[in-house]
Design a protein around this ligand. Structure first.
Ligand SMILES: NC(=O)c1ccc[n+]([C@@H]2O[C@H](COP(=O)([O-])OP(=O)(O)OC[C@H]3O[C@@H](n4cnc5c(N)ncnc54)[C@H](OP(=O)(O)O)[C@@H]3O)[C@@H](O)[C@H]2O)c1
Length: 311
C-alpha cells in the first residue's frame, strides 16, 4: 500500500508516474544527511527533536472534533525581556503569534516594525506594539529578531547599527547570512545569534536550530532556548550546519504541505470528496509525525510496519 501511495505522491510532484525506487531516491535527496539507505545509520539515529520535551500536540483546525492546541505550559520569559521583531512578514508573525499563544510573555513586551503597515495588522489586533519605524523597536526592546528577507539585512543594519548598545541581543533568522556578515554591520562585540525557525512555530510546533556568536553568554543561550521552546523544539548547532537546517526544517514544512496536498489529490482522484480527502491526509501526516516522536522509533521501521508483505 505504501509503495502505491508513495508513487502516487511522487507522481503528483513530478506530474508523471515514477517508480518506487525513484520515489525513495527522491526522499533521500530531501534528507541527504541521514540517508535511509545507509544500513549502519538506519535504526540508530533518532530525530533531534525527540530528545526535547514534547511540548505540543497540535490538532489542525480542519479536524472538526478538536480545534485547539494541546500543550504543556511554556516557561515564561524573564520580565525584563522586551522582544522586537524587525520585519512583520510570515516568519515574524509565526514566532510572535506563537509566543502569544504560548502565553510565554506579556503582550506589552512585544514590538513589531514593518515598512509595510498592512503586514502589522495581525499582531496589532493581538495587542502587540506596532510601528513602521525600525528605530522605535530598537529603542524599546533589548532582544531584536531580524525577520526581513536576506537582501534587506544590510540596509536594515545600516539604519539601526548606531543605536545598538551592549544591552541588545541581536537574533537573525535570515537564511544564508552568516554571523560574520552580521557582525561586520554591527558594533564590535555585539551579541549575535543565528536562528533557523520554521512556520509551525505559529501553532507551538516549530522546529528551530540556533548558533551562537562569539560574544554571546550562557544566559543568551538560555534565553534563546526559552524563546524557541515556547514555540516548539530547538537544538543548538554549529553555524556551519545552519544552511543544512534551512534546507531541512526551515523549508521542510513546504515539502510536507505539498505531500498533504498530493495525498489528498490522490484521494480525490480515487473518488473521495475534497473535504474528506484533505482531512484524512492531514491527520495521517500529523499521526505519522506524532508516532515518530512518541515511540522514538526510526521511521524506516514504522514504514515497514505499514508496508507489510501482502498476497
Ligand atoms: N518563511 C519561512 O518559512 C522562513 C523560515 C525560516 C527563515 N525565514 C527567514 O525569515 C526572513 C523573513 O522571511 P518571510 O518569509 O517572513 O518574508 P516576508 O513575509 O516577505 O516578510 C518580510 C517583511 O519585511 C518587510 N520589510 C521589507 N523591508 C523592510 C525594512 N527595511 N524594514 C522593516 N521591514 C521590512 C517586508 O515588507 P514588504 O512585503 O513590503 O517587502 C515584509 O513584510 C527571511 O530572511 C527568511 O530567510 C523564513
Amino acid at each position: 500500500m505504501l509503495r502505491l501511495n508513495l508513487k502516487c505522491v511522487l507522481s503528483r510532484f513530478s506530474a508523471a508516474p515514477v517508480s518506487f525506487e525513484a520515489a525513495h531516491r527522491y526522499c533521500i535527496l530531501l534528507c541527504p544527511r541521514v540517508p535511509l539507505a545507509d544500513p549502519a545509520r538506519r535504526c540508530t539515529s533518532t530525530p533531534p527533536f525527540v530528545s526535547s520535551p514534547l511540548r505540543t500536540l497540535y490538532t489542525s483546525p480542519i479536524l472538526q472534533d478538536s480545534s485547539t492546541f494541546h500543550r504543556l505550559p511554556a516557561m515564561a520569559l524573564p520580565a525584563e525581556v522586551k522582544l522586537g521583531f524587525i520585519g512583520g512578514g510570515q516568519m515574524s508573525k509565526s514566532i510572535c503569534l506563537g509566543l502569544i499563544e504560548a502565553k510565554s510573555c506579556e503582550i506589552d513586551a512585544l514590538w513589531t516594525s514593518d515598512t509595510n503597515e498592512k503586514q502589522l495588522s495581525h499582531v496589532k489586533r493581538r495587542g502587540v506594539h506596532t510601528t513602521t519605524s525600525n528605530l522605535d523597536v530598537v529603542k524599546n526592546c533589548n532582544v531584536l529578531i531580524l525577520c526581513v528577507k536576506p537582501n534587506i539585512i544590510s540596509p536594515v543594519l545600516n539604519e539601526i547599527s548606531q543605536y545598538i548598545t551592549k544591552d541588545h541581543l541581536v537574533i537573525s533568522i535570515a537564511a544564508g547570512i552568516t554571523i560574520n556578515q552580521l557582525s561586520s554591520l554591527l558594533p564590535s562585540r555585539t551579541r549575535i545569534v543565528r536562528v533557523m525557525p520554521n512556520t509551525p512555530s505559529l501553532v507551538g510546533a516549530g522546529a528551530s536550530a540556533f548558533a551562537l556568536g562569539d560574544h554571546c553568554t550562557s544566559q543568551d543561550a538560555e534565553l534563546v532556548t526559552l524563546i524557541l521552546e515556547a514555540i516548539g523544539s530547538s537544538v543548538a548547532v554549529n553555524e556551519k550546519d545552519i544552511d543544512a537546517v534551512t534546507g531541512l526544517s526551515g523549508s521542510g514544512p513546504a515539502y510536507v504541505f505539498l505531500m498533504i496536498e498530493a495525498l489528498a489529490d490522490g484521494g480525490v482522484r480515487s473518488g473521495l470528496s475534497r473535504d474528506i480527502a484533505l482531512k484524512l491526509a492531514t491527520q495521517t501526516v500529523f499521526g505519522a509525525a506524532k508516532m515518530c516522536l512518541d515511540t522514538e522509533t526510526h521511521p524506516a521501521l514504522l514504514k515497514d510496519s505499514v508496508a507489510s508483505p501482502g498476497e
